[in-house]
Design a protein around this ligand. Structure first.
Ligand code: GAR
Length: 208
């Protein structure tokens, strides 16, 4: 069983998609061992509790320095001993030491087709605002491994979503979630849990 820890900051619709996929056996060989949020009022924590998954809050605001937060955060993660860490709308920078400790074992969902609309400052609704400002016709989402850069790690899965006339950032965000994120994030976890993703020359290769 792959022991999966999910990190969240907000509403947790991606977390919900993972919980549902485990329940429906679309993700196999996987146990959800915990959810950590940096934000105590994140609805994602309620979703975890309602589904019997241990939920924790650890916030940079409770620590005097970033270094102290990073240390406590890594200690909590280590205590839970996850095989895979899933960033599902987690908006805190992952401490470099955590990235080194869990190299190849952290994945992230990003609401664009990387390398478009990614990197520092591109998160949540902002990604869709920028995409509409640019007038793109195709949006989408990406699941990738996390390395020390921002949205630079090996890409596991991507899915395109069409932009429609009159889209607002909110409407586009919802369509990208429904048609792409809630599908490819559970799918990536299932592939990893079943040993179907390998890293080769810095790229993620899917073995069917
Ligand atoms: C999702 O759209 C996710 O792709 C995005 O935050 C949202 C979280 O929603 N993540 C990023 O922008 C990361 N750079 P959720 O809490 O409802 O899953």
């Amino acid at each position: 069983m792959l022991k999966v820890l999910v990190l969240v900051s907000g509403g947790g619709t991606n977390l919900q998609a993972i919980i549902d996929a485990v329940r429906e056996n679309k993700i196999t060989n996987t146990q959800l061992i915990g959810v950590i949020s940096n934000n105590k009022s994140a609805y994602a924590l309620t979703r975890a509790e309602e589904n019997g998954i241990p939920a924790y809050c650890i916030s940079p605001k409770s620590f005097e320095t970033r270094a102290a937060f990073n240390e406590a955060f890594l200690a909590k993660v280590n205590e839970l001993q996850p095989d895979l860490i899933v960033l599902a709308g987690f908006l805190v920078v992952i401490p470099p030491e955590m990235i080194r400790t869990y190299a190849g074992r952290i994945i992230n969902i990003h609401p664009s087709l990387i390398p478009a609309f990614c990197g520092t400052g591109f998160y949540g609704l902002k990604v869709h605002e920028k995409a509409l400002e640019r007038g793109v016709k195709v949006a989408g989402a990406t699941v990738h491994f996390v390395d020390e850069g921002t949205d630079t790690g090996p890409i596991i899965l991507q899915k395109p979503v069409m932009v429609e006339q009159g889209d607002t950032p909110e409407v586009l965000q919802r369509r990208v979630m429904e048609q792409a994120e809630w599908q490819i994030l559970p799918q990536a976890i299932d592939l990893i849990a079943n040993g179907k993703v390998k890293l080769e020359d810095g790229k993620a290769v899917i073995m069917e």
